[in-house]
Design a protein around this ligand. Structure first.
Ligand code: ADP
Ligand code: MG
Length: 488
């Protein structure tokens, strides 16, 4: 990664501003999720760079407030990293016509502070091998950039069946780095399921509880780039001694080591050295290590020395808990139907879930809309494409049985128990109302009943709804459930 020096003379500034801003974006892209990045970072335009002061334009005052509140620290830290300690960032709101004047009145954003968020270096330490004087000494983590995102903590990580083992192992490792048999700890799973979060939580926790002095987080790609840089600039010893001086080495996405033999070799020796010294190694991968192609067998066998744990996609309950927690963090109170709607329809990974929530808030604020089911629908459609598949008779049966708490097979059986008859009739009624199925097909789905039975059920439900408000409320409630699930 190149470090751009602040200009010594005045303009031309726009190109420099663009380059500097691009370098900032490249760093920040890794620290926020894609949806936030698109919503909040891409609309920002670099204007000029003068004497280390980078001026960018934002679309509105609201936008600026949001940025400052949510990303002020990241911005400040990144700009200092890219442009040096003395650099600062200025924001201009687009409607402000004076914005393009040579010395416009800036909106003051906090100046670079000495101590930024924990884990982010106060000084712009160059990455190993990236130029500048070597600074690899034995100082603790506060003295260099750990590249840990302070947001990734165990407290912010929602537990669920899908991540139970991974989380427990991560927590054990954080409490006793290098001292458990989980060395290395390898977490694997699909994208957006929390691997990066969890492995960074180990680092953040180990630093906070002083269980480790020196922790570094690095992606395998960054490790590779630094390695190549270090060779080219003849600073390989610095590079190696830097990584070998860690108490906890966290390497993300090791699948990208694939096919890079020299880097793997360097990593292999670093791994061995740290392991022998009883230091902790934490790795993540998008698939089980044994399925990693293009990785040296020596490395693969090392990975099996410790513990390998997977993270699965979160179940509905966990997705609901994640949405609750995240909306709480944003200071908003989502209604149950909005939470259920999003959790039901956005079910592949947590990053998407998060993206959905952020878009929901952004849309509500920018368009001045209420956060309700309608808005949630629009956003979900935007994030995951069309909402769930059309409703089926099976879904209706399942929902009705869940609602009345009766076993699902009874609804198709011969039983004439009052509560089952009741549920069966309501399910038939909804099936006729909400699907395009013929009476005959509906009958077949209910244990091969006749179409006249379906007609009878339909009329009976209609009549009862008219005379019994409580009964009607039940039917409407079930309908609403189906609606929340995105089926209607
Ligand atoms: P991965 O590295 O597996 O692709 P990340 O760790 O980047 O996934 O997770 C994607 C986003 O989802 C992050 O913002 C992370 O904080 C969040 N996330 C993932 N799992 C959880 C969880 N169990 N609780 C809270 N947030 C989570
Ligand atoms: Mg990741």
């Amino acid at each position: 990664m190149s470090i751009i020096q602040p200009p010594t003379a005045a303009p031309p500034e726009t190109d420099e501003a663009r380059r500097a801003w691009q370098a900032c974006l490249d760093i920040m892209r890794e620290r926020v999720n894609t949806q936030s990045f698109k919503t909040w970072f891409e609309p920002i335009e670099p204007l000029h760079l003068r004497s280390g002061k980078l001026t960018v334009q934002v679309p509105s005052q609201f936008f600026y407030d949001w940025l400052e509140e949510h990303y002020g620290d990241i911005f400040t830290a990144t700009v200092t990293r890219v442009l040096g300690k003395e650099a600062s960032l200025e924001y201009l709101v687009r409607h402000d016509e004076s914005a393009l004047e040579p010395e416009p009145p800036p909106l003051p954003l906090q100046q670079p502070t000495e101590q930024l968020h924990s884990g982010v270096a106060a000084e712009a330490t160059p990455t190993p091998g990236a130029g500048g004087p070597p600074r690899y000494d034995s100082r603790p983590s506060e003295a260099f950039s750990t590249f840990l995102n302070p947001r990734y903590t165990f407290e912010n990580f929602i537990k669920g069946d899908s991540n139970q083992l991974a989380r427990a192992a991560a927590s054990a490792v954080a409490n006793n780095p290098g001292g458990t048999s989980f060395n290395p700890l390898v977490l694997y799973g699909g994208t957006g399921l929390g691997k990066t979060h969890l492995i960074q939580a180990i680092g953040n926790s180990a630093i906070a509880t002083r269980k480790a002095r020196r922790v570094i987080y690095v992606s395998s790609e960054k490790f590779t780039v630094e390695f190549v840089d270090a060779i080219q600039s003849d600073r390989i010893n610095d590079f190696l001694s830097f990584y070998r001086s860690m108490d906890v080495l966290i390497v993300d996405d090791i699948q990208f080591f694939s096919g890079k033999e020299k880097t793997q070799d360097s990593f292999f020796h670093t791994f061995n050295e740290l392991h022998q010294l009883g230091k902790q190694i934490v790795l993540s991968s998008d698939r089980p290590p044994k399925e990693l192609k293009g990785l040296d067998d020596r490395l693969l066998s090392r990975f099996q020395w410790g513990l390998t744990a997977d993270i699965q996609p979160p179940d509905l309950e966990t997705r609901i808990a994640i949405l609750r927690k995240k909306s709480e963090n944003e200071g908003i109170d989502l209604s149950q139907d909005v939470v259920e709607f999003i959790a039901t329809n956005v079910n592949s990974n947590v990053r998407e879930l998060e993206g959905c929530l952020i878009s929901l808030l952004a849309k509500a604020s920018l368009e001045g809309r209420d956060v309700n089911l309608d808005l949630a629908r629009d956003v979900v459609r935007m994030v995951v494409g069309d909402v769930r598949s059309p409703i089926t008779i099976e879904t209706i049966q399942r929902t009705v049985c869940e609602y009345f708490n009766i076993p699902e097979d009874l609804i198709r059986a011969k039983t004439r128990k009052q509560e089952v008859v009741n549920a069966r009739q309501i399910a038939m009624f909804l099936a006729k109302d909400l699907t395009n199925s013929s009476l005959k097909t509906i009958g077949l789905h209910f244990g091969g009943r006749d179409h006249s039975t379906v007609i009878h059920a339909y009329q009976s439900v209609e009549d009862q709804m008219r005379i019994d408000p409580k009964y009607q409320a039940h039917v409407l409630q079930i309908r609403r459930r189906l609606q929340v699930m995105g089926h209607v």
